[in-house]
Unconditional design. Structure first.
Length: 173
């Protein structure tokens, strides 16, 4: 009798590009049109810092679905008549679609990528009502060893007319 030996080779797909989880910071700035109104009322807005929790799903090579949560680490601050005034800063959350439009390899396992796209932002107002703010976001990502990520980027919220700066580090799983 012959005993056949059957070997199965389980081919493990490279699944390291399913999602990215990162932590960072963001800083929100006021726009020039709002600055004119603020200066007329004798107050200046100080940028607000927050912790950024960022998760990015990758259903396709160039398509990304980011989900984020911004938790303020300090109050909103205004300078009115040379006095510092504090006001509660609310957390924001959102999601959207981004497209990786540039990929530049750096060595065998590292690369620089640029991605941008529209996001939907949600926040609470002073009265506790939810508000919607469409925004555009983009970032430059440096990926080292195919899994460690460092990034810097920016956002612009149309409904709120403000700019944001974001930066952080993460890991691709």
């Amino acid at each position: 009798m012959f005993v056949r030996r059957i070997q199965f080779r389980i081919r493990k797909k490279n699944r390291t590009d399913l999602f990215e989880l990162s932590f960072g910071q963001s800083v929100l700035f006021i726009s020039d049109s709002k600055l004119t109104q603020i200066l007329n009322s004798q107050s200046i807005v100080v940028p607000t810092n927050s912790i950024l929790f960022f998760l990015e799903f990758r259903p396709a090579k160039k398509l990304r679905i980011p989900v984020y949560l911004n938790l303020p680490t300090e109050t909103k601050q205004f300078i009115v008549n040379n006095q510092l005034v504090n006001e509660k800063a609310n957390p924001t959350a959102g999601f959207g679609v981004q497209y990786c439009f540039m990929k530049f390899p750096i060595g065998e396992k590292s690369k620089l990528e640029a991605e941008a796209g529209p996001l939907a932002g949600f926040l609470t107002s002073k009265q506790g009502h939810f508000a919607f703010a469409p925004l555009v976001a983009g970032r430059l990502r440096f990926v080292k060893n195919k899994d460690f990520v460092m990034y810097v980027g920016g956002t612009y919220a149309f409904g709120l007319n403000n700019w944001g700066l974001l930066y952080g580090t993460g890991y691709v799983f």
